[in-house]
Design a protein around this ligand. Structure first.
Ligand SMILES: [Zn+2]
Ligand SMILES: [Zn+2]
Length: 231
């Protein structure tokens, strides 16, 4: 989805950055959310009423005992990277293979082969630790786009969306659109898509909330906002 706060079109910059800070933050959010979505996905693998013992081939049943779309997503990683099969007929790449593919590029670039090892949560955490380095790679945008598409696909399957809570302070754009969303490491403005770290939001709220409170109080008592700074 287009993000007005995204500055990727102006990149790479002089420091070789290929992913803007906003998209880097969103990439981190995807990597945090992904293991949570996988937990729900595993719980949905066996549909309600399906036999939970025996083999996958039950005579007399037309419905498979597991959801094949989920089984494919939870399948094992390829021994090669996830990005070497442009002619694959099935566009679904297992989640582990997707993460392994990006971890493979990360490990190659950083000359640390062990970065490719581990489960989905481990690989997601590994990539998350290196998002600033990834932001300076030419493949950073593709990584961001693929993981974003993957998380959005998982949300559609699991029907699990992060819960969000409105924040009381307005954004610096003036809109009361700041939300704090589960699993996100940033507070986001739903109007201008600016991202705040929790510390940035706390500092911002400490600055703007007292004046807002004074204005609200003046409106309640006088029907007129008080001059700025007047208690
Ligand atoms: Zn961007
Ligand atoms: Zn805003």
């Amino acid at each position: 989805m287009p993000n007005p706060a995204c500055n990727c079109a102006a990149l790479p910059d002089q420091r070789g950055r290929h992913l803007c800070p906003t998209c880097s933050a969103l990439l981190r959010q995807r990597l945090v959310e992904l293991p949570h979505q996988v937990t729900v996905l595993r719980a949905l693998l066996v549909p309600p009423g399906a036999p939970r013992t025996g083999t996958l081939h039950h005579a007399g049943t037309s419905r498979p005992p597991v959801r094949l779309d989920i089984l494919t997503l939870l399948g094992p990683a390829s021994t090669t990277t996830a990005h070497t099969h442009p002619d694959d007929q099935d566009p679904t790449v297992p989640i582990h293979a997707t993460l392994h593919g990006w971890a493979h590029l990360l490990a190659q670039g950083r000359r640390r082969p062990r970065l490719t090892a581990g489960s989905i949560p481990t690989l997601a955490a590994t990539l998350n630790q290196h998002t600033e380095w990834i932001a300076h790679q030419t493949w950073a945008g593709a990584c961001h786009d693929e993981l974003t598409a993957l998380v959005l696909r998982l949300r559609r399957i699991t029907h699990t969306h992060p819960t969000q809570r409105p924040c009381p302070a307005p954004c610096i754009c003036g809109a009361f659109g700041l939300i704090d969303r589960d699993w996100d490491t940033y507070i986001e403005c739903t109007v201008c898509h600016r991202l705040y770290t929790p510390a940035e939001y706390r500092d911002h709220a400490r600055t703007v909330m007292p004046q807002l409170a004074r204005t609200a109080l003046a409106l309640l008592t006088n029907g007129q906002p008080s001059p700025s700074g007047t208690p």
